[in-house]
Design a binder for this molecule. Sequence first.
Ligand code: NAD
Length: 259
Amino acid sequence: MSNDLKDKRVLVTAGASGIGRVTANEFLAAGARVFVCDIDAKALQAYQAEQPTAATMLADVADAAQVDRLFDAVSAKLGGLDFLVNNAGIAGPTANIEDCAPADWDRTLRVNLDAAFFCCRRALPLMKPNRFGAIVNMSSTAGKYGFARRAPYAAAKWAIIGFTKTLALEVGEYGIRANAICPGAVEGDRMDRVLKADSKATGRSIEELRAETVRDTALKTFVGPGDVAAMILYLCSDAGRRISGQAISVDAYTFAAGV
Ligand code: NAD
């Protein structure tokens, strides 16, 4: 790959762990200037110690006022922005719709959907004058299927795709691209938590649910965080310069989800 990501300015939200952390590291390895925010102070501190050249800031991206402060800091530190990775997302409750508390619904929508809006509305004025940029929003296979016991998560991840396609239409004439990524089941702490919650809700064993998750993919495998990061970098690189408005799965071809 050419080094077209070198010196580019990137904000990765929720970048202190999981997919965001691996993505931020890949951007750093490609020579980009990386800003990472996260809600978890301890994880963020550990990330800063591991990657002293990255800029970091504690921020809850589901809170518009905190996003305003975050973008003030990004502008001051990076002097602009080329790429925005709206990675923040929470699994939300594992419950049938009638058992889903309105507060849990609200929080899940806030982190998975509203946060991307809050960040885009601040990122676009930084990108438009350059007539260049790329935004990657994190959806999920849950944004392409129904997902039993995960209604707020699935609703938010479907909405992210509609938001991304609309965004792509609005910003294309400014040389800015917007795409969504739909990861399948990604190995890691979060997947362990999701399987545990599903086991509790269904009475099925974690081993059985894990085996079923793999069986429901064509490639018979979980996805790694690095697989998702590779797609994010591809979409931001010159290789992705004609790709916009897409919802791209990185899911080992998942053909059933969350039933
Ligand atoms: P994760 O649970 O490992 O969390 C990553 C980070 O998000 C954590 O450091 C956490 O502190 C931070 N975070 C949570 N809420 C935040 C907020 N409001 N503001 C700022 N930071 C916040 O998540 P992950 O598995 O790396 O997932 C990243 C994205 O990928 C999410 O949008 C998720 O929905 C999506 N996704 C994940 C999977 C999977 O299997 N892991 C599958 C499909 C989609």
